[in-house]
Ligand binder design. Structure first.
Ligand code: FE2
Length: 282
């Protein structure tokens, strides 16, 4: 392929010891704008439901089906606090969506371009992946005032291969700060192994065990500028808080697994009908 790993020895050492790596100016402000504008178009074309009924927990099966099918679609998920007691949106739809996923990287030409770029592939070449596949993408909005928290977790819990191989890429599409809900991580926590798994079975989805409680003092904030890419080890404990500020915090999240020598777990929530294309084959 002629693909050359783009990470320096220092970057690889930092990633090995900390479980994350921050790469500033990974995409330019024009490239970031292209993605943000494209999402605005996609949102424009999305018909928000007149009430929250189809997303309520009372209709768990519908909710689950919409979620499961999103693995190969562009689907829209609302913030928990988006709906008022009357079932109507409290804010315009573009300020009510929590995330769009999970196959933007396959279906949409703009997100496909930025998710499958040589720059992305080169990172996985550096990390020693043989046949890396982007298995899911999420455009996350972290809406002003109602942007939901993401509790401490490891990405390998949700996208498990045997042995584990998930790496997360988190691209800031707006400046991310402590105020608007940036990422927080426990440096080095990836060395302690995977704590639990998110299992899909006939009854829906569940975790196979409870989450341990974490000491909040161990988390460090990853405040980054728009265009910065954060590489996240699949076993790194990370989280983000609610966004109570008036400023949104858009980000594109990609998750990559290796498919050469690693087996996709059959009880993962994603069950593909069509096999995803690899970034490259080594
Ligand atoms: Fe994550």
């Amino acid at each position: 392929m002629g693909l050359i790993g783009s990470l320096s020895k220092e970057q690889l050492n930092f990633f090995d010891s900390n479980g994350f790596l921050v790469i500033e100016s990974f995409y330019s402000s024009d490239e970031v704008l292209e993605m943000r504008n494209r999402m605005a178009e996609l949102l424009d074309g999305f018909d928000a439901p007149s009430s929250s009924s189809i997303f309520s927990t009372k209709n768990q099966q519908l909710t689950d089906d919409y979620f499961f099918e999103s693995a190969e679609k562009i689907s829209f998920f609302f913030e928990e606090k988006a709906f008022g007691n009357d079932g109507n949106l409290r804010q315009p739809k573009e300020l009510s969506i929590n995330k769009v996923g999970h196959a933007l990287h396959e279906i949409d030409p703009i997100f496909n371009k930025f998710s499958n770029s040589e720059k992305i592939s080169s990172i996985f070449c550096s990390l020693g992946y043989k046949r890396p596949v982007v298995i899911q993408s999420m455009y996350i909005f972290k809406q002003p005032g109602i942007g939901g928290e993401v509790v401490p977790h490891q990405d390998n819990s949700f996208l498990y291969t045997e042995p584990p191989s998930c790496t997360g890429l988190w691209l800031a599409l707006e400046d991310a700060t402590i105020i608007n809900g940036c990422l927080w991580a426990i440096p080095g926590s990836h060395k302690n192994g995977l704590v639990r798994r998110f299992i899909r079975d006939d009854n829906g989805v569940h975790f196979d065990r409870n989450s341990p409680s974490y000491n909040q003092k161990e988390f460090v904030p990853l405040e980054v500028k728009a265009g910065t890419l954060v590489v996240i080890h699949g076993d790194l404990i990370h989280q983000s808080f609610e966004n109570k500020s008036p400023t949104s915090r858009h980000a594109l999240s990609l998750h990559i697994v290796d498919t050469d020598g690693f087996e996709w777990a059959k009880d993962n929530w994603i069950r593909r009908k069509t096999a995803p294309e690899p970034l490259y084959v080594s």
